[in-house]
Design a protein around this ligand. Sequence first.
Ligand code: ZN
Length: 239
Amino acid sequence: MVAAMAALVVWLLWRAGKSPALGDAWLAYQEADAPLGMPGSGEVDERWCFPSAWQRAQIPQAARFDLPLGSEHGGFTYNAQAFWEMNPAHGGRHLGDDLNGIGGMNTDLGDPVFATADGMVVYAGEPATGWGNVVILAHRTPDGPLLQSMYAHLDRIDVAQGTLIGRGMQLGTVGTAHGAYPAHLHFEMRASDEVVLSGGYALQPLKRLDPSATVQALHHAAADACSPSALARMLAPRR
Ligand SMILES: [Zn+2]
């Protein structure tokens, strides 16, 4: 009798562990919690994975912002297509700056692209062939609001999603989006904390900020303070 009871308990425990009801409840929770645009089935699209509250708390405060190509001040670069310029071929206004090395055409292919400020990598991947490789960083400004910087058409990505990166650290290299354009960096600044990978042109600003003006306003650098951030120093590999 005792043996039968024990066998029943073991079977019940085993059955509970395999319960399809438990699995269904988990799936239902996932679907109920899914933001708009998440595919109903199949693999989760990382573009729709928002940072958790825990990750948001880890987004580092960025005391200073620099331009991501050339020198900290954007030296040796030019802006081929400025923010908010109308581009009739794309039916909208440009939502970022197109930064190039001063040599023009593909002379900047493979040049390092630097993090504009201390931040967390909230996206690293290729959302569409027209974008090529894309990195998006989240930053906390000294006043508190979250900002994002976005780096597109990268030839190579050097950072992993979810990691912290210090200002001035290399996050990738300048690319052509599979030869779609002469090599350049499409650089956006966003007053947003959601990871959005829609097009680079629109008739509404869609929370995009003028990248050059924003970086200049948040530069906060003394003339003699061209040094790595505290986070960059902390993350640098020790020898
Ligand atoms: Zn662009």
